[in-house]
Each structure stands twice: as C-alpha cells, then as structure tokens.
Design a protein around this ligand. Structure first.
Ligand SMILES: Cc1ncc(COP(=O)(O)O)c(C=O)c1O
Length: 329
C-alpha cells in the first residue's frame, strides 16, 4: 500500500504551486524589529536574550493548498507558552495572525512553513533583572516554502529511528515542554546520534525509560488496534491533537498515558507527528522492523492519507486570499 506523495503534490499540482511573488522573497519573507523584509536580510540583534540565552517562546503553523491549518490552535498555544515563560507578545492574536498572513502573501507560498516567536529582548539595567516587566520583549516571524522533515521517500519506506542512548529529554520541571521553546540541545544531539547510527531520527525517553518525544515531533505507538501516546514530557503538538481527531474518525481507540520504551519495541506500528511533516510512519526502531513487515503500517498509512486529504479539502483551514496584496503599510 503506497502513501500519498504529498511532497510531489505540493511541488507539481496547480492548486499547490507558488503564486507570483517579488523575487526578493524567493527564499521567504520576514518580519523583524517591526519591519517586513526578505528573509535574507532580516536580522536579530546580537544582545537579544532570545539569541544569547534561548530565552523565548515560539510556534510554527503550516499552510497547504493556500490554507493555514488550525491557525487559532497555534495562536492559542503560543499565547499560553508566552504566559508560562512570563513573556508578553507585543501583538494581539489578531495582529499576529495578520502578520503571518502578510508574510505568506509576500512569499506567494501556497505551501508554507510559518514561524514566529517572542524573545525576552535586551537585558534591562541590572536592578530590573529579576522583574519580567522590565524587559522589552521582541517579536520575530518568517514564512518560507514548506519543509518536509520526512520527505516522500522516507515516509513511503517508513523512517528508521533509534532510541537515544546518550540523552534523555529535559524533564518537564526543568523546562516545560508544553511551552514551545528554544531548548533544543538534547533533541539536536540525539538527532546527530541518530545520524551517526545511520538512522533518520531518534526518540528520547525520560529518566525512567518512558517515551517523551522526538526532535521536532511527537511519537505514537499502535498495539492490538489501540493508539498510545505519552501524556507528559512532550509538546502538546497540534498534529498530535489532529491525530486524536483522525483516530476518532476511523474508530481507533486512543490512550494518552505513560508509554514505556518497551512498548515501542513491541509495537505493531508507530509514527511521528509534526507540523513540518504531518504523520510520518516509522519502519524500524534500533534496527527492528515493527510488526515484522517492512514499510508503513496500515493504520499509520490510513491516518497519513486522511491527514493530507482532509487538509486539502479545507478541513480546519483558514484560506489565504492571495488576490489581496499584503498589507505592510
Ligand atoms: C519538541 C517538539 N515536539 C513536538 C512537536 C510537534 O508539534 P506540532 O505538531 O505542533 O508541530 C514539535 C514541533 O516542532 C516540537 O518542536
């Protein structure tokens, strides 16, 4: 059973290809320091604590076939992350949505990866260091052509993952993973560990051997017709939430609870989920092919295809009107 070649569709089908755009936005558009520009020329001030101390919250939403997907959910999650980290978004939710829409229009992308974040900004006078209100928080955003973190080839064969042996995920009481943040070193080094082991990806556990999440994605395990995903230690991914909806639609029971790494090794199927890749079936874990059959499992394939088909029919989408130029003042 072959899965939908979503990357190919995005690059070739008329409803998906880029509309006319100013060549300066070829690599994407940006909004930084209150100004729209090409992503090639946007800058971050070096003394911004977002850059210096990973002191920031961010989010990523995607656009496909010209529809933002679950934009309101992403905006809501971002506001919650800001409040958990005592950051203030200088823009309202509506203003943020307008900035993101303008960026997509400038880039002309019907398939877009749209990032935005708020950083702590500059450090105030030392006397104000302990007061979050003394910092002038800063907003940055950009839109670029959509990135598939697992491309058509990888999703068709199923990604090869490893369980990180060297790293555990930062515990939730150290940095709250439900607030999307810049603390990526555990994830990043685990990704390089996977590369050294000739795997596509890794997944990290907590200190007790329960699954947490993978670099940039949530993990799901299927056993005996039941879908399992960790309840804590991970981002409450919007694609994870979407997977709950799709599972409900196909009558697949979902259990959100601690999932031990042994359950992954013994799974019939498993997959990763992310805004930057949708539902990404796993073929093998630490060299063991799940379910004893190579390639994506039947349920993962069904969820994968449903995800893209429904999105392209406008499900939970907010259409971008490319015929109205970006309102950039
Ligand atoms: C650490 C982490 N976990 C999970 C996810 C998946 O979340 P979403 O489905 O909202 O993209 C991401 C997305 O980038 C992430 O960074």
């Amino acid at each position: 059973m072959s899965i939908i070649q979503a990357e190919h569709v995005m690059l070739t089908e008329p409803d998906h290809v880029r509309v006319a755009f100013d060549p300066q936005y070829d690599h994407g558009s940006a909004f930084a320091n209150g100004v729209y520009s090409s992503i090639d020329t946007a800058t971050v001030p070096l003394a911004d604590l977002g850059f210096m101390q990973a002191d920031a919250a961010y989010d990523v939403v995607s656009v496909s076939k010209g529809y933002f997907f679950r934009l309101e959910d992403h905006l809501e999650r971002f506001e919650t992350a800001c409040s958990k980290f005592l950051l203030r978004n200088p823009y309202t939710k509506e203003e943020t949505a307008n900035i993101l829409t303008n960026l997509v229009k400038l880039a002309g992308t019907k398939e877009a990866y749209v990032w935005w974040g708020v950083t702590r900004g500059y450090s105030p006078d030392p006397a104000g260091r302990t007061n979050p209100d003394a910092y002038e928080n800063r907003f940055y955003a950009f839109a670029i052509p959509y990135l598939f973190i697992a491309n058509d080839v990888q999703r068709t064969r199923g990604v090869e993952i490893m369980v990180s042996k060297k790293f555990i995920r930062i515990p939730p009481h150290a940095v709250d993973p439900t607030a999307k943040n810049f603390h990526w070193m555990d994830l990043k080094l685990a990704l390089f560990e996977a590369g050294s082991a000739k795997c596509d990806w890794s997944v990290l556990c907590n200190a007790e051997g329960y699954l947490a999440e993978a670099p940039g994605s949530n993990i799901f395990v299927i056993k005996d017709g039941v879908l399992y995903t960790p309840d804590t230690g991970c981002l409450e991914g919007i694609t994870r939430k979407t997977t709950f909806d799709l599972a409900h639609e196909i009558g697949l029971p979902v259990r959100v609870e601690p999932v031990h790494v042994e359950q992954l090794y013994n799974a019939d199927e498993a997959f990763l989920t992310s805004t930057a890749g949708g539902i990404m079936p796993i073929n093998g874990v630490d060299g063991k092919v799940l379910g004893g059959v190579s390639g994506p499992g039947k349920i993962a394939t069904k969820l994968h295809d449903l995800y893209w088909t429904k999105r392209w029919n406008g499900w939970l989408g907010a259409p971008v009107d490319y015929s109205v130029p970006a309102d950039i003042g």
